[in-house]
Design a protein. Structure first.
Length: 323
């Protein structure tokens, strides 16, 4: 093996070891911090210098995106006016491997003065930071990876894993589910996957439907003139409830069997009765999986009483690029 690959493997393994070490050290103090965050009236303010500060920013972003209001405060900026961002009801989550970061320590008395609890993410409860905290998430002694073990590497990886653990356990405590993700992540791939069928379905004039008793020819005409030509139509009763479904594929099979005059056949004779359907509350990703599972291109969308609301077409999901 190329010695560079061997060295890279050693570095990754050393960082993985640091994460395992943190997992092994988890104790009731972690639960104490979870409860502190869940009881907050304000925000989790994260802080750290250098590479630890970068991790603090990422943890703040994860907290905010999973239901916990949060912001990052740079310690050097804090002592030059930005301490006004921290107020009663908040919690300070301070990151420092050594627990001796000067700019961070200078903040602490001023944060305590407004009765803000402080949680330290540091290697030892006996560090200066640890001694001034209300709770400590202890990393334990960690040897950095890389040449001379100088650059923050294994320690920041461990901090990140611990911060993620805190954010995601708190998320569970808030019962923060997929619908909340959809609200906080409206853009990008995640937002598209968490859209609901009700946002995507074809409705109004784009939702083809015929009444029970209509002729097959009338159904074909509806399928043909519907904007977007989805190649299917729902069949409903007088009360608007879904009774059946008919597709281009069904029509082709009828023609193969010798269909002569579509005026002489009612849609009720040839439709699929009690067809599969889908709810407006189904997520886009789940809906796509159902279409694949059923090997169909469309599904009627109904309410809890089976009243027709719209039509979901696979093309509308593929256009979201979630497949």
């Amino acid at each position: 093996m190329d010695p560079r690959l061997q060295r890279a493997k050693e570095i990754v393994e050393q960082e993985a070891l640091a994460v395992r070490q943190v997992a092994d050290r988890l104790d009731p103090s972690f639960l104490q911090v979870v409860d502190l965050v869940l009881q907050l009236q304000g925000r989790v303010v994260t802080a750290g210098m250098g590479k630890a500060g970068v991790i603090a920013q990422k943890v703040s972003a994860t907290l905010a995106s999973t239901g916990t209001p949060s912001l990052f405060l740079h310690p050097a900026e804090a002592i030059h006016g930005d301490l006004g961002r921290v107020d009663t009801g908040d919690l300070l989550l301070a990151f420092s491997k050594s627990g001796e970061t000067e700019e961070l320590l200078v903040m602490l008395p001023h944060v305590k003065a407004v009765r803000v609890p402080i949680v330290g993410v540091t290697q030892s409860r006996d560090s200066t930071l640890g001694r001034h905290c209300d709770a400590v998430l202890e990393l334990g002694p960690i040897e950095e990876a890389g040449p001379y073990a100088l650059a923050p590497s294994a320690s920041t990886t461990a901090m990140l894993a611990l911060g993620d653990a805190l954010a995601l356990v708190v998320q569970e405590g808030r019962n923060f589910g997929p619908e909340d993700f959809a609200r906080f992540h409206p853009g990008g791939d995640l937002g598209r996957r968490l859209m609901r069928v009700g946002e995507l379905m074809r409705k109004g004039e784009r939702n083809p439907q015929v009444q029970s008793g209509a002729t097959l020819l009338q159904a074909i005409e509806v399928m043909t003139r519907t904007p977007g030509r989805p190649g299917a139509t729902s069949v409903v009763g007088n009360d608007g409830r879904l009774l059946g479904f008919f597709t281009d594929g069904d029509l082709r099979r009828l023609i193969e069997r010798g269909l002569q005059n579509p005026r002489d056949r009612t849609i009720d004779e040839v439709m699929t009765r009690d067809p599969r359907s889908i709810s407006t509350e189904t997520f886009a990703l789940e809906a796509l999986a159902l279409l694949h599972q059923f090997a169909v291109d469309q599904l009627p969308v109904v309410d809890q009483d089976r009243r027709l609301l719209g039509l979901l077409d696979v093309q509308d999901l593929l256009n979201l690029k979630i497949g």
